[in-house]
Design a protein. Structure first.
Length: 380
């Protein structure tokens, strides 16, 4: 089967050379805008393309505010900090995610708490969140949610839209509201994905998008904080630019902050990529449908977008029958120059997270044993 699959992928991408998992694609004004930026001499964090990139993402996602950062992890760090994630607090999140999700929590001095994912969305399970909170949480006199087991404040819930497939946001948001927990979306992989006809990243207090080189569009590095809250947006821009008080010559900073502002060069690249995003999304769905059709004909199951969602199909995902079949597919496809990858090692299995509280993670471990990501670049 895997030899036939490799031939299918080679035909899909029109090459027998090495086929990567997800390569950047440049077809528009990238070089033009980069040259304009160089000619302007404004190549760092001050420049017109940064503001233009932010406005473009606001218009596209429907978020009231977008604040550009050097990468998606920085965006997520600040998105969490803005809602009060702090030292000795906790954030409920999923174990089936990239390590940056947990790193951003740790940057705030907080600790992740792992609950299970949903097999239908690959994202955080509302049922698992609710079960954990019913057993361990209480609202105290300060109006905040506290973990009775650890005696720490639960400040946020952080679902990640896995491989671009939206999590069940309505159910998760309802539970967060019930327990006075801030909803922050890790939308790093879901630019172009919608939940009930609304773009991901605008359901919580804050969210983070990534424009890394392997994402659906790229600015080289780059990330974006999304929020509909005016005060949070103002504070986000302030603390991502070293908390410097504006002045023609004086250097005054009013809080400990971060040098996280996106350079103008990266923003120029991002603007050109945003212009191509609608076409990229069409190509992504075309590729996804081709995979799904081939899978139906050849006995290979590809994950499809959950009900009431419109996924960007950032990474097409095979669900193998078991870990043995997963490893066989990984070994054979990579040996034939078609790059495939398993899901990330679950966060609760990493030594750095061995002391974190966790619920039963049956679905997480089930999916980790079966997921294979296959080539999903837009350039076909």
């Amino acid at each position: 089967m895997y030899k036939n699959f490799v031939q299918f992928v080679q035909n899909l991408y029109g090459t027998t050379d090495f086929i990567p998992l997800h390569a950047p694609h440049f077809q528009g004004n990238e070089k033009k805008y980069l040259i304009e930026t160089i000619d302007s001499t404004f190549v760092s964090s001050v420049g017109g393309f940064v503001d233009k990139f932010e406005r473009s993402v606001e218009d596209y996602t429907g978020a009231k505010h977008a604040i550009a950062t050097v990468n998606g992890t920085a965006a997520l760090h600040i998105a969490l900090k803005l809602v009060g994630v702090e030292n000795d607090s906790e954030v409920i999140t999923q174990s089936l995610t990239f390590v940056a999700t947990c790193n951003a929590i740790r940057y705030c001095g907080a600790t992740p708490v792992f609950v299970d994912v949903d097999k239908m969305t690959l994202g955080l399970s509302a049922k698992s969140i609710e079960g954990f909170l019913e057993e361990y949480a209480e609202i105290r006199n300060d109006g905040k949610c506290w973990n009775k087991s650890s005696n720490k404040k639960i400040t946020a819930c952080l679902p990640m839209h896995t491989f671009g497939f939206p999590a069940d946001l309505d159910a998760i948001k309802r539970i967060c509201n019930k327990y006075s927990i801030a909803l922050v979306e890790d939308a790093a992989e879901s630019l172009g994905s919608q939940y009930k006809n609304k773009h991901t990243g605008i359901f919580g207090k804050t969210a983070a998008i990534s424009f890394n080189g392997n994402k659906i569009i790229t600015s080289g590095g780059g990330g974006m904080i999304l929020t509909n809250n005016d005060e949070l947006a103002k504070h986000a821009k302030h603390i991502t630019t070293t908390a410097k008080i504006p002045h023609k010559w004086d250097f005054e900073h009013d809080e400990v902050a971060y040098n996280y502002r996106l350079p103008n060069l990266n923003a120029a690249l991002g603007i050109a990529q945003m212009e191509s995003l609608p076409e990229y999304l069409k190509n992504k769905r075309k590729i996804a449908h081709a995979y799904q059709h081939w899978g139906e004909q050849n006995g290979l199951v590809f994950f499809n977008e959950p009900e009431n969602t419109h996924a960007n199909y950032w990474l097409n995902t095979v669900l193998t029958e078991n870990r043995e079949q997963r490893d066989e597919m990984l070994q054979q496809t990579n040996a034939m120059n078609v790059m495939t990858r398993p899901a990330w090692k679950p966060m609760h299995q990493l030594k750095i997270n061995k002391n974190c509280q966790a619920t039963s993670l049956t679905n997480t471990e089930f999916l980790f044993d079966r997921i294979v990501n296959v080539p999903s670049s837009v350039g076909v």
